[in-house]
Design a protein around this ligand. Sequence first.
Ligand code: IMP
Ligand code: MG
Length: 194
Amino acid sequence: MAEASQEPRPTSAQPEPYPPPDAVGEVLVTEAEIVRRTMEIGAQITADMKGETPLLVGVLKGSVMFVADLMRAIAGPVELDFLAVSSYGAETESTGVVKILKDLDNEVTGRHIVLVEDIVDSGLTLRYLMSYLKAKNPTSVRTCTLLLRQGDHNKDLEVDYVGFVLPAAFVVGYGLDARQQYRNLPYIAEYTGD
Ligand code: IMP
Ligand code: MG
């Protein structure tokens, strides 16, 4: 296909650095650490679900990278579904409201479900989705999160598979966003924008 002709660029123009250093700070979990831990959790789920076909339920959009890699780390039959929820709106503060924007495609009665989150903070989203799924009479519901924000605010919460425990910082990358941006970073970094 012929390329559209382009105006020559001024030679002095420098490409903008990406991610912008004033918005994305310290890398808290590297790409290699994510790969290693995902393989470990995948092996654990493989062992725990031996003889079963678990249904991974990724919570859109944040868990998209993690659930895709986790699924490839499971050495056995496995199926995939998604739920989309909105709890934070466009802001970085929780509104405490969980709304289902996209429901499951699969029938889950009698299934072994693994609910896959990107990050658990207050645990509000996870608790809500657990009771939502349990009401559909699956055989079991397990929970898996790549990241767990450390603190007293969620110490009573039990998550079956946890990738990494993180400090208080708001983070982006590997699916996690700040106002829909930075999901494409292959690592988890502190968000330092406003
Ligand atoms: P919770 O309901 O307070 O546990 O919040 C969980 C949801 O909030 C996650 O699924 C994320 O979508 C979002 N969230 C919480 N902390 C962060 C963060 O540091 N970066 C990006 N999204 C976050
Ligand atoms: Mg989000």
